[in-house]
Design a protein around this ligand. Sequence first.
Ligand SMILES: Cc1cc2nc3c(=O)[nH]c(=O)nc-3n(C[C@H](O)[C@H](O)[C@H](O)COP(=O)(O)OP(=O)(O)OC[C@H]3O[C@@H](n4cnc5c(N)ncnc54)[C@H](O)[C@@H]3O)c2cc1C
Length: 68
Amino acid sequence: MAKLFATEQAQVIIDKAVQLHGGDGVRTGQTVERLYREIRALRIYEGASDVQKIIIARQTLGAHKEGP
Ligand SMILES: Cc1cc2nc3c(=O)[nH]c(=O)nc-3n(C[C@H](O)[C@H](O)[C@H](O)COP(=O)(O)OP(=O)(O)OC[C@H]3O[C@@H](n4cnc5c(N)ncnc54)[C@H](O)[C@@H]3O)c2cc1C
């Protein structure tokens, strides 16, 4: 849950940073352009966001089912 939340929020923030920098934000060699690519990858490796959601849903629903 922490990984999903942190990486999704990082994506929102870096997207705003790129927007703030305008055209420079997407130019190769710019720090925000590099960070955008690096942060985008965080939502894929070590458990893609979609897969994380499935795992969380299964555990949440499973826990609920086993409850009183
Ligand atoms: C920068 C980077 C570094 C990496 N480093 C390593 C490393 O050191 N060691 C290592 O072993 N691997 C590494 N990987 C690989 C990484 O773990 C995989 O890319 C990741 O597990 C996703 O697998 P995939 O690329 O085959 O995409 P897929 O699994 O094919 O996923 C493609 C898309 O489909 C979605 N998806 C997949 N399954 C489902 C599902 N059941 N339901 C709904 N949506 C689904 C995903 O969320 C994603 O959007 C790295 C990847 C990157 C980008």
